[in-house]
Design a protein. Structure first.
Length: 318
């Protein structure tokens, strides 16, 4: 069974032209050296919501905000030039809070954007009203210079259970997510067009019930983390609602814990989380020369290291 305190303290990191999130507040981070990024951090005193490690409850008014986070009355999206000098080889900068998605009563996590970055799927407590994300919602904006609108529940997807970790396919027709029951479970919902509602979700067939952290690549390969004696990464092709066979990412998995796989659009770069001493979890990365080759050069992403739990999330297409 997955550690619920870790699940409620998820942290997402988005590299290159995206969004920075705290457990209760969303923000965007631009690097002074030219890279653009986004992330979610959780569990440390620097986030807007401190999480009790025993209960998993969010203490929304107890933790001071990190000095690196810039609060503004409204997020000035028009002043942010996403296309000027953004490169994934540069370090990340200080985050700027995304005010329109950072209300104290709204717990937000697990962001995934469409390739045009105008639509974001994420988990919130907008419906459940409790201290952990439990509904899948969608927010949109008309342009990169505009703020995101109010969150709307994704029709036919959310349930009375905690529905988390949404991942939208590049064509917008497939949504995978986790329905957090006792043993977890990765679900998939599809639709015929981006203007249609998703159909009723079903559990992905052929993979274990204790699967979490789904990531769907541009070629339809489903990466996920399986709990058990350890947290390890696996992958297999998703077709017709199931995965006929799946393999362990042996070049990544260790005796410790690996989770939250995030691949680039060309499938040549991976980001994932690996545990360390004293409950510390950091973001690691690796590369490969071909989509069928094993990843090599596995190393931590130093500029994203922060006390607590740091997990990767979504990557923009560039």
């Amino acid at each position: 069974m997955v550690d619920d305190s870790l699940e409620t303290r998820r942290a997402e990191v988005v590299r290159a032209k995206t969004v920075r999130l705290a457990v209760a507040a969303l923000a965007i981070a631009l690097a002074c050296a030219g890279a653009c990024s986004a992330s979610q951090e959780g569990g440390d005193a620097g986030s807007d919501a401190a999480i009790d490690a025993t209960t998993g409850d969010a203490e929304l008014d107890a933790a001071p905000q990190d000095a690196s986070t810039k609060d503004v009355a409204t997020t000035d999206w028009a002043s942010i030039d996403f296309d000027a000098g953004c490169t994934a080889t540069k370090p990340f900068g200080a985050p700027i809070r995304i005010v329109e998605l950072s209300a104290d009563e709204l717990i937000s996590a697990y962001p995934h954007l469409t390739p045009d970055e105008l639509t974001m799927y994420l988990s919130t407590s907008v419906h459940t009203g409790d201290a952990s994300p439990g509904d899948i919602v969608v927010v949109t904006r008309p342009s990169h210079a505009a703020p995101f609108g109010a969150p709307t529940l994704v029709a036919n997807v959310s349930s009375p259970q905690a529905d988390i970790e949404p991942m939208i396919s590049a064509d917008g027709l497939t949504l995978v997510f986790v329905r957090q029951t006792q043993n977890g479970g990765i679900m998939v919902a599809t639709r015929p067009s981006t203007s249609a509602d998703f159909g009723a979700p079903a559990y992905v067939q052929g993979i274990p019930a204790n699967g979490f952290d789904p990531f769907l690549t541009t070629t339809g390969e489903l990466w996920f983390m399986k709990t058990g004696a350890s947290y390890d990464l696996f992958h297999g092709v998703l077709a017709d609602g199931g995965v006929s066979s799946w393999d362990a990412a042996t070049e990544i998995n260790t005796a410790g814990e690996e989770r939250v796989p995030v691949l680039s659009a060309d499938m040549l770069t991976i980001f994932f989380a690996r545990d360390g001493d004293g409950g510390q979890i950091d973001i690691w990365t690796g590369t490969r020369d071909a989509a069928t080759s094993p990843f090599t050069g596995i190393h931590p992403v130093a500029e994203l290291a922060a006390p607590g739990i740091n997990l990767p999330g979504w990557l923009s297409v560039d």
